[in-house]
Structures are given as C-alpha cells and as structure tokens.
Design a protein around this ligand. Structure first.
Ligand SMILES: Cc1cc2nc3c(=O)[nH]c(=O)nc-3n(C[C@H](O)[C@H](O)[C@H](O)COP(=O)(O)OP(=O)(O)OC[C@H]3O[C@@H](n4cnc5c(N)ncnc54)[C@H](O)[C@@H]3O)c2cc1C
Length: 252
C-alpha cells in the first residue's frame, strides 16, 4: 500500500486513453491517483457497497470534519442512511451538503518480510455525493425497508410495522451519488528482491466477516421459530468476492 510498493509492482504500461479521459472528466477530489489498484467498473463498486455492513460517512459540521459509522442501503444510484432526528448528522445536514461515504471489505493481512511492505488485501469504495433529507413518504418507506433488510434479508416483512411516532422520530438522508471510486488490493506480499532470501515468514492471513453464533433473546418465547431472514443471513455467510473479483496470485 505504500508508494514504494506501488512503484515496485506497477507494470510499466501507458495509461489507457479511456482512463486518462475518464480521470480528466472528474473533479480532483474524486480521482484515484494510482490506477493500478483502481477498479473502474461502477457495477463492481456497487457490489462492494451492497456487501459491506458498515459505512463511514464524512461531512463537515460547524467547520469540523466528522466521520461517523452508520448502516447504509442502496437503491440504484442512491444511498440511504438514517438516524434519530436528534443526531448531528440528521439534524445538522443541510440539503445538498457535500458528503463522502466509504466502505471497506477487509480480505486479508499481507505479511511481508520487512515492516515496510506489510499491507492489507481489501476492496474499498468511496462515494462522493450530496445529501438530501427524504421527505417523500414512498421514498422514506422504501429506504427504511432497504435499511432494515440490509441487517437481515427480508426482515421488514417479518416484524411489527413502524408506528407513526417511530416514523416521526426517524430522519432519512439520501446521498445521490456524484462520483464513485473503488480500489482493490489482492495477492501476496511484495518484498524487496533481496529480502526473499530472509528466513522470515511471509504470506497472507485471509480474513472474512462471518456469523459466529446466534443467541436468542432471553425473553423470547420458546415456541417462536427461527425466522426466514435469519436463515437467509446464515446461508449468505460472509461477504465473498464476486467471480469477477476473485482473489488470484500476484499483486493487484
Ligand atoms: C483497509 C485499508 C487500509 C489502508 N491503509 C493505508 C495506509 O496505511 N496508508 C496509506 O497511505 N494508504 C492506505 N490505504 C489506501 C488509502 O485508502 C488510499 O487509497 C490512499 O491513501 C490514497 O491516497 P491518494 O493520495 O492516492 O488519494 P486521495 O487523494 O486521498 O484520494 C483521491 C480519491 O481517490 C479515491 N480513493 C482514494 N482511496 C480510495 C480507496 N481506498 N478506495 C476507493 N477510492 C479511493 C477517492 O475518490 C478519493 O476521493 C488503505 C486502504 C484500505 C482499504
């Protein structure tokens, strides 16, 4: 992940015209500097957004940068976040305020023969967009369904509907995607050539988020069956790479 590592592994090919012209069309803040790690297809970035369980949402409040971890959901090119109306991000967000939302899937710890070349395998996405308060009832409902179903697939249909009071207490923000970028690192460590002879262990510790246990609430009546949504979550398991993003040998 260091500049040196990037230089060492970069294949010296000319930047394709498509990337050059695409970069030129982007504002400076949304340009991926090192193309080697960039995944240009927006569909791949949307897929990572849909797999990630946590988004970090960055915004400016009273002149201060704030980055807050939140649940997110996507409907086409719009991302949704929600919170109590009293939260800073909901209460303080001006319509059309610039926001930056990022997600990361951590795929592995890259263990090198030197401290300098340690790294991480990951898929990460950065979204630049503008926030807006969702006031339309239909859009609010769709967002809340999507946000609930992000936790357990199909959960919205299994539970007591939200009351008017709960709805009134909940703020929903939409982030209309202006620019979306994705980066990915995969593969083994990239050491200095001379270091490969060292008797120092190197490799990749693969990581994945997974269900480790399911604990029924202690106040749950014993005759309540496991819901379909829970079974769906367990069946889905950990976020996995798509076939197009399968991890291979060789640095990204
Ligand atoms: C788990 C993890 C750990 C990392 N650890 C380090 C670290 O320790 N040190 C380090 O220097 N870098 C690290 N990175 C990479 C880091 O996220 C940035 O990619 C890097 O700092 C880019 O700097 P820049 O100046 O080239 O781009 P910037 O000018 O910072 O970014 C320009 C634009 O490029 C896009 N972009 C930048 N980074 C990413 C990204 N990761 N994913 C998607 N889009 C992106 C965004 O649109 C951003 O607005 C890590 C990444 C991940 C996912």
């Amino acid at each position: 992940m260091t500049d040196a590592e990037t230089r060492q592994t970069a294949t010296p090919v000319s930047v394709p015209e498509t990337r050059r012209s695409r970069r030129a069309s982007l504002p400076r803040h949304a340009r991926v500097r090192v193309g080697k790690r960039e995944v240009a297809a927006p569909s791949a970035a949307f897929e990572v957004l849909d797999l990630a369980r946590i988004a970090h949402v960055g915004f400016i409040d009273e002149g201060r940068p704030m980055v807050i971890p939140m649940l997110h959901a996507r409907i086409e090119r719009t991302l949704y976040i929600h919170g109590a109306k009293a939260t800073r991000i909901v209460k303080g967000m001006q319509d059309r305020a610039p926001v930056c939302l990022t997600v990361t899937l951590l795929d592995g710890i890259v263990v090198a023969r030197s401290a300098f070349h340690h790294s991480m395998n990951y898929r990460s996405v950065v979204v630049h967009g503008a926030a807006r308060h969702v006031v339309d009832d239909r859009e609010r409902k769709a967002a809340l369904v999507a946000l609930t179903d992000r936790l357990l697939p199909g959960r919205w249909d299994e539970v007591r509907p939200m009351t008017d009071k709960e709805l009134a207490a909940t703020g929903v923000l939409a982030i209309d995607v202006e620019h979306i970028t994705m980066k990915r690192r995969e593969g083994p460590p990239v050491d200095d050539e001379a270091d490969y002879a060292l008797p120092v262990w190197a490799g990749v510790v693969e990581l994945a988020e997974t269900v480790t246990a399911v604990t029924p609430d202690e106040r749950l009546a014993p005759d309540v069956p496991r819901p379909r949504s829970l079974r769906a979550l367990e069946a889905a398991g950990a976020p996995t790479p798509s076939p197009g993003l399968s991890r291979g040998r060789g640095a990204a």
